[in-house]
Ligand binder design. Structure first.
Ligand SMILES: [Fe+2]
Length: 206
């Protein structure tokens, strides 16, 4: 009996979920300024912004134009330009613009349930000014499996980027995250005694 001839499979990928992380240069100094700004903002408006589906303090005011945030965005925008180049977006003559930026504080037990960002937004992200390992991962979900549109996947021998349906990213001070605004995500509960302090933002090229 002759063995079966080898078969060659060609894999074509389309529309994979991509999450980018980056470390902001000189973040120790910058984080001290950001934390001072955010804590002052909480002192002024301790009630924060009313928000459903979350247990957290969020600034009522956008902090986009405050000096340390402006400095931070120099790095975030550089990362956004790299993302746009990787995705081959035609953004010639355009620059990344911050459409929204809020300060966030998650205390012990704080969380943010699953959500996506507005359909009119290109890139969303978070930046951590203060964080430790147990303060709650941001967890990204593949939307089709999250919605239960496909529940037939066999169990896996190991998790790879091609078989996993979710990706947790562990916060760390100085870490920035960028992702297309449609990617479903949530923030797990802060299981540490320390607050997680950071910013959330939406970016478009204009
Ligand atoms: Fe979000």
């Amino acid at each position: 009996m002759t063995p079966d001839p080898p078969i060659t499979t060609l894999r074509q990928e389309f529309a994979p979920n991509c999450i980018w992380t980056f470390t902001v240069p000189d973040h120790e100094r910058l984080n001290a300024e950001l934390i001072a700004l955010i804590e002052e903002e909480r002192r002024i408006s301790p009630e924060g912004r009313a928000c459903a589906g979350r247990e957290m303090w969020q600034s009522q005011r956008q902090v986009t134009d405050d000096p340390p945030v402006r400095e931070l965005f120099k790095s975030i925008f550089r990362a956004a330009v790299e993302v746009a180049a990787f995705l081959r977006w035609d953004v010639a003559g355009k620059k990344p613009v911050c459409k929204v930026c809020w300060a966030n504080i998650h205390g012990k037990g704080g969380y943010h349930t699953r959500h996506i960002h507005p359909a009119t937004i290109q890139l969303s992200g978070v930046y951590y000014a203060k964080a430790n390992k147990a303060c709650g991962d941001i967890i990204f979900h593949d939307l089709s499996r999250f919605l239960g549109l496909w529940a037939a996947a066999p169990s896996t021998l190991e998790l790879t980027s091609h078989n996993r349906s979710q990706l947790p990213v562990e916060p760390q001070a100085g870490l920035g995250v960028l992702f297309p605004a449609y990617v479903m995500h949530e923030v797990a509960a802060n299981r540490s005694e320390d607050e997680r302090i950071g910013l959330a933002y939406n970016i478009n090229f204009e």
